[in-house]
Every structure is written in structure tokens, then in C-alpha cells.
Ligand binder design. Structure first.
Ligand SMILES: [Mn+2]
Length: 418
């Protein structure tokens, strides 16, 4: 009997089907963000202003991707090192603008053909994001919630272009493109007209969403946030704002694990939201203090989110995307470990005897419930994980570390520190 066969039997005793768990996980797409490869730089023209607020990436580890081709090459490497079939999560600033300056309110669907062709070749779906930061018009901290009518109109045009592009991508890819809208709008210090800014945001969103696109091609999501660097005191698009906006306007809410108070239990929000929203977008990340964007590891928060996804039966109504960007470590390694860690969390969740635990709970058998849950921690999870890797023709974690370093030595080291 192999180690896996022994694990299969051990889980079967408590009513868990490891074959089913492996099969579900193998088919669960994760939307892999393009922006870990180049520190959210994007590929607008060389003279584009890549400052201007809204986002901050720290670290200068060598090997950052310098072109679309390099991002694609890096992602191809990542795809060889992670199990499963996934999606690409693209930002508007990553279009192929042919070295020309194309303003954000003038971007067009064809600027993304290079990604569409690449994604088709690699059997990836594509999701999309407007880029409302790193731009002179984002420098004062407000975009579509700006009181300056010129700035506000500019970003509304950008948002509308992004919706058109997302619909085009969805049609081309024959797979619904989720367009996530996150804006950095907010203030560093005490704000005296919160209502005013939020009213502008509401009106801007209404205008942006005027055109109806087929949900077969694209769906809109709006991402909430609690605070950020430069918006410590006030974020216009808060959780409450978007939760209400989304439900009233039939939009998808995007919950980013890094966009809440550090002690908040993100997993606890899912069942409440899912009773009222058909779908959700979830950004998997690892917040530390004031920064929301560290590489995902298998910590309690990620485990809890994965468990709740499984327990709520929400694995297929919640769209899973990654959102982290760490420039202080090997970027390919960050992708690979981040994805694998989240998959481990999902596998742990899929190996939970949920029906049995629920029955104990319902019957008032509190001790048995917690004791069974505790007993899970010594079951041979690693054998099931290894089998999951094997079935997906992927190496174990230790070998993967070697592959990442080989790629660093062979490819990334040639790129220098830029
Ligand atoms: Mn996010």
C-alpha cells in the first residue's frame, strides 16, 4: 500500500473522500495577477509618470520583468511550477501600447491582443483591472471621487474604456472576464466632507455602469478598502459604501484579505455576503500592519478563508484572485509559494469532514465536534498534497525551490536591478 493509499483510508474512516478533494482542487482556477512580476510598474510609454500616488511597492530584489515579454516568460515559468489550470489577472497599464503614449482614457481593446493571444496559447482565462494610480491625475489622492470635474471625467472615461476592454476580452477568450475596480481615493488627514466625496463616487459609478454588457462576457466587481498609505484617515470606497452599492446595483463585491483591520476575521464575512450576493470576488493576500500585500503563506487567516469557502459551498460562486506584490524577494518564488500555499489551504478545507462536524454541532455534541476537528491536524495531509502534485505532474515544494533558483540564475540575473 502506498503512502497515499494509506492516507485515503485514514480520511475515509472519518467520511472524507480524498479523490474528490484532489479532483475539485485540480479544477479550481486562481486568477494570477500580472503585477507581482514587475512591482506594479506596467508598460505605458517610457515617459509616462510612474509615480503620482495610490500604491507603493517596497524592495529592489534583482530580476524585475522589464517588458510584456518578460512578464509572460516569468508567468510561463510560474505555470510550470504550480498545479492546476488558472487565469491571468491583468491591469490596464499592462497593455501593448507600441512604445507610444496612450492616455488611460484612450486605451483600446486591441492594446490587449498580445495578452489574449498569449493566454489562449496557455489555456488561461483573463480578468481585468482599471489602473487608477501612478498617474498625475491621481496625485492629489482622488480619481473618480475627485471634486475636480476634469480629473473625475478623465477617470470615468478610463473606467468606461476598461469595461469595453473587459467585454472584448471575455468575448475573445470565450470566458467571462471579471473587471475589478479599485480606486485609491481618500485622504491622509481629517476629512470634513466625507458625504460629499462619497456622493461623487456614487454618481461616478452610476455613470460608469450606464452601459450594460452581457454577463457572459464581463462582470463588474468593486473593491473595498479600510485605509492605505496616504489615505490613513479616510477612504471613499469603504466596505460599507461598496457593500451597499454592490447589492443595490447588482455588482459583485471584491473583498481583499488585506483591506481590513488586522484582527478582523475575513472568513466570517463570507456567509453573510453570500446570502445576499450571488457571486463575490476574493483577493487572497497577507496583510501585515499597514501593508496589505505580502506573499501568501499558509497561515490561520488563509486557512479560515478556505474553510469557509468550502463550508459555505461557495467554491464556485466566489472568484479567487491573488493580490500581492513583494519586490524584496524572488518574484517568481513569491508567485509559486503564494499559489501553492493557497492551494494547501483549499486542500485542507476540502479534507474536512464538514457533514460530520455539522451533525455534532446540531446535536449539541460540542466536545466531539472540537475533538474531531483537532484530530484532523495529525492526519496525513502531506500524502494527499503530494498525490495532488503528482496527478498534476508537478514537483514537490523542495524541488520547486530549486527550480526557482535555477531560473533566477539562468534568466533573472541577466536583468540587473532595474
Ligand atoms: Mn486587492
Amino acid at each position: 500500500m502506498s503512502q497515499y493509499e494509506r492516507a485515503l483510508e485514514a480520511y475515509k474512516v472519518i467520511g472524507v473522500d480524498t479523490e474528490q478533494a484532489i479532483s475539485v482542487l485540480s479544477q479550481l482556477p486562481i486568477s494570477i495577477h500580472c503585477w507581482q512580476a514587475d512591482d506594479v510598474g506596467g508598460f505605458e510609454s517610457p515617459d509616462a509618470v510612474l509615480s503620482g500616488g495610490g500604491i507603493q511597492v517596497t524592495g529592489n530584489y534583482p530580476g524585475k520583468a522589464r517588458s510584456i515579454k518578460e512578464v509572460q516568460q516569468d508567468l510561463e515559468k510560474v505555470l510550470t511550477l504550480v498545479p492546476g489550470t488558472h487565469r491571468l489577472n491583468l491591469h490596464a497599464s499592462y497593455g501593448d501600447f507600441g512604445g507610444k503614449k496612450v492616455e488611460r482614457d484612450e486605451i483600446e481593446p486591441h492594446h490587449f491582443d498580445v495578452w489574449i493571444n498569449w493566454a489562449k496559447k496557455h489555456h488561461l482565462g483573463i480578468d481585468f483591472n482599471g489602473t487608477f494610480f501612478s498617474h498625475p491625475y491621481a496625485a492629489d489622492g482622488y480619481t473618480i471621487a475627485s471634486k475636480d470635474p476634469v480629473i473625475r471625467a478623465f477617470w470615468i472615461r478610463h473606467a468606461k474604456r476598461c469595461r469595453e476592454i473587459a467585454a472584448y476580452i471575455g468575448k475573445e477568450m470565450n470566458s467571462t472576464c471579471i473587471l475589478n475596480t479599485w480606486i485609491p481615493d481618500g485622504a491622509k488627514d481629517i476629512t470634513f466632507d466625507k458625504m460629499g466625496y462619497r456622493k461623487i463616487l456614487k454618481e461616478s459609478l452610476d455613470e460608469i455602469f450606464e452601459i450594460e454588457y452581457s454577463p457572459v462576457y464581463m462582470k463588474d466587481a468593486v473593491e473595498t478598502k479600510l485605509f492605505g498609505i496616504g489615505s490613513e484617515s479616510f477612504v471613499v470606497g469603504s466596505h460599507e459604501f461598496y457593500m451597499n452599492y454592490a447589492i443595490r446595483n447588482n455588482k459583485m463585491l471584491c473583498i481583499d484579505m488585506g483591506h481590513f483591520h488586522i484582527d478582523e476575521d475575513i472568513s466570517d464575512k463570507l456567509s453573510s455576503l453570500l446570502l445576499f450576493d450571488d457571486e463575490l470576488l476574493l483577493h487572497i493576500s497577507r496583510p501585515i500592519h499597514w501593508d496589505s500585500d505580502h506573499m501568501v503563506v499558509l497561515n490561520d487567516k488563509v486557512k479560515e478563508v478556505a474553510r469557509e469557502l468550502v463550508r459555505s459551498g461557495a467554491l464556485h460562486t466566489v472568484h479567487l484572485g491573488l493580490d500581492f506584490f513583494d519586490a524584496s524577494i524572488n518574484r517568481i518564488g513569491a508567485y509559486v509559494t503564494g499559489i501553492r500555499s493557497f492551494q494547501k489551504a483549499l486542500l485542507l478545507a476540502l479534507l474536512e469532514p464538514t457533514a460530520r462536524l455539522r451533525k455534532f454541532e446540531q446535536d449539541g455534541r460540542g466536545f466531539e465536534k472540537i475533538a474531531l476537528f483537532e484530530a484532523l491536524s495529525t492526519l496525513p495531509f502531506s500524502d494527499v498534497y503530494d498525490e495532488f502534485l503528482l496527478r498534476n505532474k508537478r514537483e514537490d515544494d523542495f524541488s520547486t525551490i530549486k527550480r526557482v533558483i535555477e531560473y533566477e540564475e539562468k534568466e533573472l540575473s541577466k536583468r540587473g536591478n532595474t
